[in-house]
Design a protein around this ligand. Structure first.
Ligand SMILES: [Zn+2]
Length: 288
């Protein structure tokens, strides 16, 4: 569990005409299938009738590219594209011929960044990690200490909302080997008020504050992390006061209805309270 004090004023300098924009990509590494479940969780939540989702849609534009490397996924590759490239090392100068998806997405991001009607504030690229536990983030390193502090706010808030997300595993680096990644390249391209992260999630397990042994991730718990990522923008943008009647903002899976009208009752709910989740899971026979 994280305790945080929000002392930094966020995005308050913006013109009210600018709409905030969050850009999310996943599956640049085709073998990292947990990234798709996270992305699914984000999308299912954002298109649902949940009051938090409705408020987020009113205030924030989400652009989501769920699969940056579809050819690699189709072929069953672990890391590279059809032509053998690790696309997450080619953001600096992607070729329209050799890295077409990357080239197109980069062009779109550059275009959004220049659009005076929107303020591109977040770029999050979702991956899975083969050795670490929990969900965590990588961020960039800046000279400006205030910017460093501002960059840490979103992962701290996510740590409060998602029991499987670890702020202590979150780190900030400028390794030369990561220079061609989306997070590093766009971190240099976008302006000072934007934040670029890699969101990593373990292929295996997570530890929560109360757990004595690692808990294996399931499709449901990956999806749940995605929902928590989405709802954290409500806290980040201080939109809680838009919730009518002081309704609780935690998310239960029965609140999420797919566009086809089916209630998603496969997964367990999303709650800020890990203990309450555990009790609920027990009663629903969910394996943890
Ligand atoms: Zn990866």
């Amino acid at each position: 569990m994280c305790r945080i004090v929000r002392s930094v004023t966020l995005a308050d300098h913006q013109s009210p005409k600018e709409k905030k924009l969050v850009f999310l990509t996943a599956r640049v590494h085709p073998g990292e299938s947990p990234a798709s479940f996270i992305c699914q969780g984000v999308i299912d939540f954002l298109v649902s009738q949940h009051p938090v989702a409705q408020i987020l849609r009113d205030h924030v534009i989400f652009k989501i590219v769920p699969m940056l490397n579809p050819d690699g996924v189709y072929l069953g590759n672990y890391r590279c594209s059809l032509m053998g490239f690790d696309l997450n090392r080619h953001w600096q100068d992607p070729s329209p011929w050799a890295h077409p998806t990357l080239h197109a997405v980069k062009q779109l991001i550059v275009q959004m960044n220049q659009d005076p009607r929107v303020s591109l504030e977040f770029y999050i690229d979702v991956h899975a990690h083969s050795t670490m536990l929990n969900g965590f983030m990588y961020g960039n390193v800046f000279e400006d200490e205030e910017r460093v502090q501002r960059q840490a706010v979103f992962p701290r808030l996510l740590c409060q909302n998602a029991p499987d997300f670890s702020f202590s595993n979150t780190s900030f680096n400028k390794d030369v080997v990561k220079a061609g990644t989306g997070r590093r390249f766009l971190g240099g391209l976008l302006d000072d008020s934007s934040y670029c992260y890699t969101l990593e999630v373990s292929f295996y397990s997570y530890m929560t504050a109360g757990s004595t042994a690692p808990v294996p991730y399931t499709e449901e718990t990956y999806t749940k992390l995605g929902r928590n990522v989405a709802r954290t923008f409500l806290d980040y943008y201080k939109l809680n006061n838009h919730i009518k009647d002081n309704r609780p903002t935690h998310i239960q899976s029965e609140d999420i209805i797919s566009p086809t009208g089916d209630r998603n009752n496969k997964g367990n709910g999303v709650s800020r309270d890990a203990a309450a989740d555990k009790e609920k899971d027990k009663s629903q026979g969910v394996r943890h």
